[in-house]
Design a protein around this ligand. Sequence first.
Ligand SMILES: Nc1ncnc2c1ncn2[C@@H]1O[C@H](COP(=O)(O)OP(=O)(O)OP(=O)(O)O)[C@@H](O)[C@H]1O
Ligand SMILES: [Mg+2]
Length: 401
Amino acid sequence: MTASIDFGTTNSVATLNIDGNIKKIKLGKVNFYTPTVLFYNFEEKSFYVGDEAIEQLEDGEFGRYFVSLKSFLGSSDNIETNLGNNSYKIEDLIAIILKRFKSKIDNVAKCDVKKLTLGRPVRFNDTDDYLDSLAQNRLKNAAIKAGFKEVNFCFEPIAAAKSYQQTAKQAETILVADIGGGTTDYTIIDLSNSKILATNGIYVGGNNFDSKIIRNFISTYLGEGSVYTNMGKEMKISHSLYVDLYEYYKFIKMYNRQIIDAIKKYIQMAHNKEPIKRLLELIEDGLYFDFIKAVVDAKIELSSKTNTNIDMDFFANPFKVNISREDFNQVTKDEISKIRDTLLETIKEANIDKSKIDRVLLTGGTTLIPSVYNIYKDIFEEDKIIQTDVFSSVGYGLSFC
Ligand SMILES: Nc1ncnc2c1ncn2[C@@H]1O[C@H](COP(=O)(O)OP(=O)(O)OP(=O)(O)O)[C@@H](O)[C@H]1O
Ligand SMILES: [Mg+2]
């Protein structure tokens, strides 16, 4: 019996292979997938995972909220967080999530499942091979801490290809583009002999699109660029204070005394105090969950509408921002170029003409963004493109790796 987990940056999926019979494990309250998030309740001193973590936040419980933990795996930031009397490294936090998933898997299996196949992006880190392999080791350690004994890895786009292979009627050469919350992953595979012609990936995903929204449309409302006077000199609040707000998974770094003190000083010196006060509220009043949700919901709405309103009504001094799809496309041009360039490199690496690619399989939530979809539409004939099970194809395909 082997379990599989697609430990996603944003969502996770698990399956169980019982003698070739594949069972999906219901990780979420409604869906089979659940958000890959963790919440530590300060009062109870206990952890909540996935949908249950979201419920805690919606109930207004006070604690610490962790998102995109996978993004820390390949980072040189050695995050260590103190909660209650304990200190937690990235592996420890991920182990808590995987342990919760394991108990759901064990319940279905009616035994202690020891073997696990984990998905991994083609690259955890774009440039540094050491950090890339460190990331896989960290994830493996987390799985061992969660109680698994034998852990294997499979590239996520290859898992998506295997999932498609279950339904493909004839052998084909396919390109898989898997763009999730954290990474863009490609593989070109010849299904007639399962030969992998190319695999490639970059560290660009939905989180980067969210970051661009925060940076371009929101951060001034939180004080970026505000003018203050210090010892008679007029200055602007530094951009560097906001870096961990843009890349919001790094936001946990802002729960830091020095940063909070610096913000309080800026509040005293700022000409207009209201915007920078919101940054302090975000950190001290547990508004971070509502903040990210408003940004991500707006991005998702722009996939089906040409305009959206971000309503930041949870601040003491609320504000609204209207964003058009055109504005969004404009500020995310770099991401689109990187995703396109990596595609072209992957086709080159496979050493085939693009006309030899019979199918283009789009998976991962970020392929739902129209400008991302258009990358493929511009390069391939549209009837070659298929986009199904964007949130579950990797998780399902891992059982065939
Ligand atoms: N309709 C939509 N339009 C645009 N983006 C969307 C939509 N639905 C979901 N997303 C985005 O898709 C991403 C999540 O996709 P997915 O679940 O495939 O990622 P993941 O597997 O968790 O991440 P990764 O594979 O990179 O580790 C998030 O960034 C989410 O905001
Ligand atoms: Mg994924």
